[in-house]
Design a protein. Structure first.
Length: 232
């Protein structure tokens, strides 16, 4: 795969237009640069996730730096303001109207998935096949497919009768939730971060779709594959 660019354009309630470009290398890592104001709350040692051993070259938390880099653009925008969204990819352009918190959630979610945060590397393949807005069911399908493909390429076999087949996926998402919670702790120290806080809360709610509700979603998804089972 070659380098892959995803562009976001947002139309704000005051008619301002915001544009962002995320360029992914063949491994799905973002090679674009996030400009940070380097405030105290983005320093990696502040509100550090338990067990984090990431060696930051600039001393900043990569997740916090992403959030901080977009915060000035969205000043004065409320969580439930209506936003015009365009997500432009080489194959298609997705156009939608949504809330500000969902718009920022889509942008932050993509940037976090392609970031250097080691606890979020699970999402890197999903960054390449990014969808800006999805339902919990669509999200669970993407996550489970990503997980199973990762197992396949790693040479692991899954037994569908194994009750613990998805135990490590739940553990992955428990760690991901810890990142979200630490990000929220960081942002709560900055009164200007309300919109970004609600966007990360949306990401955290989606994470709980996996860590808490995965069995229900697997049951629902299994019905879609009944024809496969009948043909086997």
């Amino acid at each position: 795969m070659d380098y892959y660019e995803i562009k976001y354009r947002f139309r704000l309630p005051d008619s301002r237009m915001l544009s962002y470009s995320i360029v992914l290398d063949p491994s799905g890592s973002n090679v674009s640069t996030d400009q940070s104001m380097t405030s105290d709350w983005s320093i990696i040692e502040e509100y550090k996730c338990a067990g984090c051993d990431f060696q930051s070259p600039d001393g900043l938390c990569p997740a916090a730096k992403i959030v901080e880099s977009i915060e000035p653009d969205w000043q004065g925008v409320n969580s439930y303001d209506t936003i015009g969204l365009e997500c432009i990819m080489p194959e298609r352009t997705i156009i939608s109207e949504t809330t500000a918190q969902q718009a920022v959630c889509a942008l932050i979610g993509l940037k976090l998935a392609a970031s250097s945060c080691p606890r979020l590397r699970f999402f890197r393949p999903m960054a390449r096949f990014h969808v800006p807005i999805y339902s919990p069911e669509e999200y669970s399908y993407q996550v489970i497919s990503n997980y199973l493909l990762g197992k396949y390429f790693a040479g692991h076999k899954l037994d569908k009768h194994d009750e613990n087949a998805f135990a490590d996926l739940k553990e992955i998402f428990t760690e991901i939730e810890s990142v979200h919670h630490k990000m929220i702790e960081r942002m709560e120290s900055n009164p200007k971060m309300n919109l970004n806080i609600t966007a990360v809360v949306v990401l955290d709610i989606l994470s709980k779709v996996i860590s808490v509700e995965i069995d229900n979603h697997l049951s629902n998804i299994s019905r879609l594959f009944q024809a496969h089972n009948d043909a086997a």
